[in-house]
Design a protein around this ligand. Sequence first.
Ligand code: ZN
Length: 463
Amino acid sequence: MIVTRIAYSQNITASKLAALEEIASRLGRLRTEVWDKYGSLQGVRTNHRAVRDSWLVSKRQFDVPARLWKETLRDVFADIELYRAAAIAKAKAAVYRRTSDEETRIKLWSSLQNGTWINDSYLRRVMRKHFKHGHTQVKNQIILDSQCYKWFKHGGKCWIKVTSLIPRQRIAIPLNTTYPIKGTIRLLLRNGRVEVHYTVEPSKCGCNTSPCGQAIIGIDKGYTEAFVDSDGEAHGEGLGDLLTAESDYLKVKYQHRQKIEAIAKKSNKSKRHRIKLNNLGRNKLERRRIKHTAKVKTKIYQGTHSVLDKAKEIVCEDLAVPIKAKKNRGKDTNRRLSGWVKGLMADALEQVSPRRGASVVLVNAAYTSQACSCCGSLGDRQGDAFYCTECRVVLHADMNAARNVLARLNDPEISRWTTYQKVKSILLERQRRRLSLCSQDSSCTGQPVSTESESPSSLPNNA
Ligand SMILES: [Zn+2]
């Protein structure tokens, strides 16, 4: 398990930056070409070694040093593979919905996994739907293996010297960190500086690698706080304030920019140019964005570590899947809830849990926030509170969802891939059975089922 860290260049000269940008742009063309050619079925039948060898045999000429294009080729193939893996996960869900026969499912799934799906007409059809041809316009990255750069100390600062387009002449980049950089690195040219993405071992960089807790908990992602667990405890508090403040700031900022843009549109050419140059730049906004992202990241990682201090097994919904909201939450809320934070949460959980010896189990998320965790009936969510119309309890909405998520872990009927329509019919059927049991027993008139019966396996039908 390794962690990626970023070092930034300090006061790099314009000429050095221009030289690096030229390399990155040439490699960008190669990236585009490889994605265009191998970003679909072509890429399934081959790998980066085979392509590299065929290019070497055909004596293809490149305008960059050989090591650089080889590393870029490898990197692009790794990206394509990740993209394909995401499509395969979606195709697996489709296979699950199509057939209920366990043996056929396993056969089709393994075919998806080992790449033989291209010989199966049904799987090809499914994959064509989820595995659209990918393209890229990335032109600001350089991948360097350990032979292409040298890390050294000079004048109390740390530097790296990287391969340039001129043989035996390297470009020295002053860095803002003293951590020794090793292994394959990625240079990213952004906002007039160089980001050096390098990997470190968690135990050597001050990462929290202490062993995780012992509990098994369900968690739900929140907005006010990053996570709420099934015991009602919040982790990563203050996240919502951070997101709201930034989102509201940007709203006003862009409203003002709109006004200036309108003026620029009406002005003559030279004034328009002046306004664009002096009033509508992106540098400050970009710096602010980076700072904000870092703050949010910190909050989410703190929350994740706090969850892991408690649990060895974390049950959560698949955060990567976008959720279509039934009711329109309103312009302001929708703006604040923009999706990227959920992606960060998923990443944080995925990265930190193996480092601390915990595991994450993904379960079906359908109706976890709309069902009552006490009785299983479908209830009503209003803001932070959940109201059960059946047993009349009022619960913290996120805790209620987290409890439902935990219950899904051992649910015999609802698996991760069950469709939301099926989940709803299962939940309604349970509710119906429970009510008919209640009406037979005159002592029960739809009163709360005791909350003690909330062990994961005891959903209403067996309560
Ligand atoms: Zn209830």
